[in-house]
Design a protein around this ligand. Sequence first.
Ligand code: ADP
Ligand code: MG
Length: 639
Amino acid sequence: MALLQIAEPGQSEAPHQRRLAVGIDLGTTNSLVAAVRSGMADVLADENGHRSVPSVVRYTPGCSPVVGHAAATGSGDSRSTIRSAKRLMGKGATDLVDSWLCRHYRFDLDSGSVPAFLTADGPRTAIEVSAAILGRLKHTAEAALGGELVGAVVTVPAYFDDAQRQATKDAASLAGLQVLRLMNEPTAAAVAYGLDNEEEGIVAIYDLGGGTFDISLLKLQRGVFEVLATAGNTELGGDDIDNAIVQWLMDKACIERLADENAEAAAKVYARSLKEALSTSASVDVDWRDDAGHHVLCQLSIEEFNDISRPLVMQTLKPCRQVLRDAGIDREDVTAVVMVGGSTRVPLVRDSVAAFFERDVLTSIDPDEVVAIGAAIQANILAGNKAGSDLLLLDVTPLSLGLEIMGGLVEKIIPRNTTIPIARGQEFTTYKDAQTAMALHVVQGERELVEDCRSLARFELAGIPARVAGAARIQVLFQVDADGLLTVSALERDSGVVASVNVKPSYGLSDGEIENMLRDSMKHAGEDMQKRVLREQKVEAARVLEALAAALQADGDEHLDAEERARIDDLVRQLSDVLQHSTDREVIRQAVHALERGSGDFVERRMNASVRKMMSGQGIDAMDEAVGKARHEACTSDP
Ligand code: ADP
Ligand code: MG
């Protein structure tokens, strides 16, 4: 695993020429902006003294959108009051089915691939909603710092894929913010802790926010950080605990459903206040009534609250096991566990995580602010303000990236959990004689067969010079930049023809899908391997048949008598038949072997004839080369 220390170009400027750069935690529930001032990273408060902005935007016809506290607390049309827009970033219409968002908002699904919230002021995409929040944070920062920003480091959940990262960048440009870099949220938390406290050892970053959960394993050593693994769930957070409390209230009131979206929103705000009160007291008075006249008057004890939230808290432990497995780390080897995100204030969360890792959890930096603070530290470095320091944390790819090869198999180019940015190349060649184009299919996933992985992009490399199969040298390069965006290029070395594709899938994978893909890959590992070797054997058999057919056509009559020819034809028929009907790798292998043995004399004769032809009139020096060439041609049969 690569170390995470890289040097950025650009020298630090004189102290009086500080470039104003901020770190932004663009959260599902709350967003914050922080900056380094006088060597200390701190969160910037707005003109009302608020250190965080609820990620809520309300649209009213003909007015500019209301962002933050006023939108979150004021009464108004709940369908036009957009919360949790981050859940929709980079997603498509099909991702909406059955989602929380779908139950709370109306969407415009017709206008292209990006779904938009239908608000009283017209359709608004998640990118526009996020841009409104970022615009507010930019304003807060410029007012607090007294100048224009050169840029920002914006954080995203570790599990955000290309489309989601791209959508975040688009939102920033819409808000007039230059993105210095996107950074994974847990990684930012590690910067905040690592650089300030000089922790050493293996650290688990447990981040439970309003709508997302991330767990990362980092190795800290004398100020150098290495990301070992990340996992998580983008559909799990404090919102779900709120929903569970609303359900509990409805059960108490013996009601099946609430009157409308406004009633649901109000119940959720109330549930959230109960939850937050229970993070510091043993029980809370419940006095809840809805507009329809239902009334719940009772006490909610911490024990009962624990029972309500336990299933959700337990769900976060699965990814915890996953990262330990991925990194090959035992629980006992984890030396510190950092709590990040507002929901880690819930005592059951802290206790469960402490019990899982069998150690106390760290909360010394405010769990709501730690991500923004880490981002601010990195922004300060990227802006060139920190002389002599070029420490940067890098992130990892959540799933393997690869190419489809013959037989519908996947060749993994960048394995999962590789530290980014990364560039990896591999050389491929043509399968058929005179092949002048090559189709490249980029896939993501852990399985061996293309059909079990996710298709990311297809493109074609045309203009390859026509040569014998296997002669062209095609260099395929996979590059994932620091923001996690993938570019794949293909270059034919001799002719210099090149083609490339930027991978921005039209919508993202949910965490559940990623989890399923990982689970499937483990479950099917043995069976996949068998399928793979079978397909490889089939590809090999097809190649032998094709090469022999071409050779027979070229000079079969010259080298074979009728009886020999009939014997070979018979073996060809047998192999073709086996190839078509058998799923037994060994049977195919034996048929290939039989054909190779049966046609051995013919191949030998062709080779000798070829050598004789080439050697006539040439010196002994050319001998080796000629034999090599003849051997190749005898096998691959240049027509
Ligand atoms: P996000 O990263 O998704 O924006 P945050 O880290 O800001 O989320 O966490 C927001 C979540 O934290 C909300 O679900 C909120 O209810 C919860 N939260 C905040 N304070 C407390 C508290 N004292 N006790 C329990 N939950 C809290
Ligand atoms: Mg967060």
